[in-house]
Design a protein around this ligand. Structure first.
Ligand code: PMP
Length: 357
C-alpha cells in the first residue's frame, strides 16, 4: 500500500458509473442512457474531422480563437468572454479549482448533475446538496442553503435528470439573492433543445456573478470528441484560463465543433425532431400508466410506482435491447431516464413499457 494519502475528500468521490452501452447476450442494443443525439453529428462536422487528419502532427491552437469566434457569431456572445474546455465537465472542474477549496462550500440540488459534487470534492471544498419539492429547481431552497462559505452554486437549466426548467426571471432572482462572494453557474448542457432560449447568455452580460456553461455533446452530437464552453464575466474567464492547460482541446475536436456550431440547419432539424418525438413518447408512456414531468430536454424522466418496479422495467427493457438510465443516485430511485431516440427507438420504448405494465 502506498504511504502517501490523497487529499481529504478524494475518497468520498464514488467511481463514476456511466450509461451502459451493452447487455450481455443481447446484440443490436439501442442506447438511450446518455442523452446522445440519435442523428449523430452534423455532416459538416464529420467532414471537418476528416480534413483534420492532415494536421495531426501539429499541436492545436492554444487560444481556440476560431471556435470562440464561431460561437460568438452564432450565439451572439462576446468571444473574448468565452472559454472552451474538454466537455463542459472541464469548465465545471476549472470553476471548482479556481473558486472553491478547503473551507468553502459548493451548493447544488439533490437532483443536480453528478460532476458538481465530484469537482467540489476534488477541489477540497464541501459539497452541499439542497432538497427540492416536485423535481423542479427550487430557488428558495438553494438560497437557504447558502452561507458565507459558499463560493459556487450550480444549477442546470433544463435540469438533468428531471428535464424540468425554470424561467429566466427565477434564475435572475437566484443570482440577485446570492451572497456577494458567490458565483452562479448556469449549466446549459440542454439549452439548445429549448427553442428561443439563450441559455442565460443575456443574464451573463448584465450581471457580474453568473457564468453559463454549454456543450457540444448533446444536440451537436459530438460527445465522443469532448468539447464544451463557458461564458462569463471577463475577469472570471481570465481566472479560468489560468488553470486551463494550453492544449486542452485537440485540433480535431476544435475543427468539428466549429463546423457543428455553424451548421444551424442541422441544429434546427435535430431540435424539432426531438420536440416532436419527446412529446409523442411522453404521451405514449403516460397512456401506459408511466407519467413524466414536462421535459424541455432530450430525455424524459419516467416515474414508476416504486424502485422495485423501475428496476424491473429497466431489466425487462435491457432484455429487449433497450438501454435506459437508472437515476437512484440522483435521489430518484423510482424513476428511469430515457433519452429521446429516433422514431423507431421511441416506438420500441412505448411498445415494451406497455407490455411490461
Ligand atoms: N451538465 C449536465 C447537466 C449534463 O447532463 C452533462 C452531460 N451529461 C454535462 C454537464 C457534461 O457534458 P459534457 O462534459 O459532455 O459537455
Amino acid at each position: 500500500m502506498t504511504a502517501i494519502k490523497p487529499q481529504p475528500g478524494i475518497m468520498d468521490i464514488a467511481l463514476y458509473v456511466g450509461g451502459k452501452s451493452h447487455v450481455d447476450g443481447v446484440t443490436n442494443v439501442v442506447k438511450l442512457s446518455s442523452n446522445e443525439n440519435p442523428f449523430g453529428p452534423s455532416p459538416a462536422a464529420q467532414e471537418a474531422v476528416k480534413r483534420s487528419v492532415h494536421e495531426l502532427h501539429r499541436y492545436p491552437s492554444t487560444d481556440h480563437r476560431a471556435l470562440r469566434d464561431a460561437i460568438g457569431e452564432v450565439h451572439g456572445v462576446d468571444p473574448e468572454r468565452v472559454i472552451c474546455g474538454v466537455g463542459s465537465d472541464e469548465i465545471i472542474t476549472f470553476l471548482c479549482q479556481a473558486y472553491a477549496g478547503p473551507g468553502t462550500e459548493v451548493v447544488y440540488t439533490e437532483h443536480g448533475f453528478a460532476m458538481y459534487r465530484i469537482s467540489a470534492l476534488a477541489a477540497g471544498a464541501t459539497p452541499v446538496e439542497v432538497r427540492e419539492r416536485e423535481r423542479v429547481t427550487d430557488v428558495d431552497a438553494i438560497l437557504a442553503g447558502c452561507t458565507d462559505r459558499t463560493r459556487l452554486v450550480f444549477i442546470a437549466n433544463p435540469n438533468n435528470p428531471t428535464g424540468t426548467m425554470i424561467g429566466l426571471a427565477e434564475v435572475e432572482r437566484l443570482a440577485e439573492g446570492l451572497p456577494e462572494q458567490c458565483l452562479l453557474v448556469l449549466d446549459g448542457a440542454y439549452a439548445e433543445y429549448v427553442e428561443g432560449y439563450d441559455g442565460g447568455a443575456k443574464l451573463v452580460e448584465h450581471r457580474d456573478n453568473v457564468v453559463m456553461t454549454r456543450t457540444f455533446s448533446k444536440l451537436y452530437g459530438l460527445g465522443g470528441l469532448r468539447v464544451g464552453w463557458g461564458y462569463g464575466p471577463k475577469d472570471v474567464i481570465d481566472v479560468l484560463n489560468r488553470v486551463r492547460g494550453p492544449f486542452n482541446l485537440s485540433g480535431t475536436a476544435l475543427a468539428a465543433a466549429e463546423a457543428a456550431v455553424r451548421d444551424t440547419t442541422f441544429v434546427e432539424k435535430c431540435r424539432s425532431e426531438n420536440t416532436r418525438l419527446r412529446g409523442w413518447m411522453a404521451e405514449a408512456l403516460a397512456e401506459h400508466g408511466v407519467p413524466s414531468d414536462t421535459s424541455t430536454a432530450n430525455f424524459v424522466l419516467a416515474r414508476f410506482a416504486d424502485q422495485e418496479e423501475a428496476e424491473a422495467c429497466d431489466l425487462y427493457l435491457q432484455k429487449q435491447g433497450l438501454i435506459v438510465r437508472r437515476v437512484a443516485g440522483y435521489n430518484l430511485p423510482h424513476c428511469l431516464r430515457i433519452t429521446v431516440g429516433d422514431e423507431p427507438s421511441c416506438r420500441q420504448i412505448a411498445h415494451y413499457v406497455g407490455l411490461f405494465k
